[in-house]
Design a protein around this ligand. Sequence first.
Ligand code: AMP
Length: 211
Amino acid sequence: MRLILLGPPGVGKGTQAQFLIDRFEAIQLSTGDLLRAAVREGTELGVSAKGYMDRGELVPDGVILGLIGEKMKELSGKAVIFDGFPRTVPQAEGLDKLMEELNLEVDKALELTIDDEIVVKRLGSRRSCPECGRVYNIMFAPPKDEGVCDDDGTKLILRDDDKEEVIRNRLRVYHDQTAPLSEYYSNVGKLLQVNGDGKVEEIKARVEEAL
Ligand code: AMP
């Protein structure tokens, strides 16, 4: 199973990916998580990606495709849930080419849909651990002790890319560059659409039904 999760930032792709990993015994490939880890570790990739990420812009396609190519070769044939990738038509085309080289195929693209204003509210209440990357939501999934990470006690922060003006920019970028992927996958009969508004369990049930 090779499944792509589409949808704007903050719609809950990462949360649904967690359920799908269990169900399909799959590996989650999140380009956002890979990039954030690279930024934390201060690698060359992280240094070059950070500026784009802080502004809510997309990291160049060539960088992302290189990253995914490396990971896919390591994963040799395992089930994969792509989270936050592809983000542009050239990335989708690059993925198709890579899949062909590896004799694999994308099975479905599952799009979670949601209103922009709900995203702004959800992401604005998100807090992250700068040490381990764990994400909390002060409204829906707060840490046990206010303001600190359950796992390592580090003070939680509002990520630069979760600030309102940056969120609005990420949504603009999403509508301009990523939304055309619905048509890309619909044209080849692979698109599934699910309403991403509501409680996590409700959305999970909709996703299961769609699949
Ligand atoms: P995410 O956590 O998926 O929303 O990603 C956070 C940030 O990482 C995005 O705002 C982009 O700057 C960058 N990023 C993640 N995935 C991609 C991708 N597939 N293509 C380009 N940039 C990406």
